[in-house]
Design a protein around this ligand. Structure first.
Ligand SMILES: [Fe+2]
Length: 246
């Protein structure tokens, strides 16, 4: 019997279904934020002023991070896909990341890094909003309290994961549609690419130095502490509610 993920992959690979995101990912960040659901991908505007997250994340960091770093992921993803067969070019960002094993060898690493970079950052920009000490509410708050005992218990666990990422990567709060879990990924790997698990990002901390170096230099712990002030809990709650519906 096929697992749910295998079934999703099978559907995604059926001719004519390649541009349709799997149901559990619909409403995800990729299509709307990428500005185009398939190749050639575009960098969507940030959606708020560069200085909107001051003093926690500075304007210059946001400008360079969005325009230059995220911009480069989009550009390099398009360069890689320019050499790909049409069947691959027709795949959405979600489908590329769910089917990395189907990407031709000569562009697989470039697609993994740059589609992952585009996916992760498209999500990240939406997740950021000054919250003035706000906390999650509703079903997400209940799930966080149940899983981690308390909001502060959750903060401690996610912060710890973020600080333990060696080199560049991400720390995440993900769900499989039922339970919550904290995980990390190296480089620009996306949680949705994990072959044997369904992991939908609800919260993600970018701990690449490009996310904090200008303001915090090497002090990742200070950046992670500041990050709690810029989580858009309404967006995280929306994603969690959508993930529960499957
Ligand atoms: Fe980044």
């Amino acid at each position: 019997m096929m697992t749910r993920r295998e079934a999703i992959k099978a559907v995604a690979l059926t001719a004519g279904a390649l541009t349709v995101a799997p149901s559990f990912l619909q409403g995800e960040t990729s299509d709307s934020s990428a500005g185009s659901s398939t190749y050639p991908f575009k960098l969507a505007p940030l959606g708020y002023p560069y200085d909107a997250l001051e003093p926690y994340i500075d304007a210059l960091t946001m400008q360079i991070h969005h325009d230059k770093h995220n911009g480069a992921y989009v550009e390099n993803l398009n360069k890689a896909l320019a050499q790909a067969p049409e069947s691959i070019q027709k795949m959405s960002l979600d489908e590329l990341l769910l089917n990395l094993d189907k990407i031709p060898d000569n562009i697989r690493t470039a697609v993994r890094n740059n589609a992952g970079g585009q996916y992760n950052h498209s999500f990240f920009w939406k997740l950021l909003k000054k919250n003035e000490g706000g906390k999650p509410s509703g079903e997400l708050a209940t799930a966080i309290n149940t899983t981690f005992s308390s909001y502060s218990g959750f903060q401690e666990k996610l912060s710890e994961a973020a600080l333990k990422v060696f080199g560049s990567g991400w720390a995440w709060l993900v769900t499989d549609g039922k339970k919550l879990e904290i995980t990390t990924t190296p480089n620009q790997d996306s949680p949705i690419s994990k072959p044997n698990e369904k992991e939908i990002p609800i919260v993600g901390i970018d701990v690449w130095e490009h996310a904090y170096y200008l303001k915090y230099q090497n002090r990742r712990a200070e950046y992670v502490k500041a990050f709690w002030n810029v989580i858009n809990w309404d967006y995280a709650a929306e994603r969690y509610a959508a993930a529960l519906k499957g």
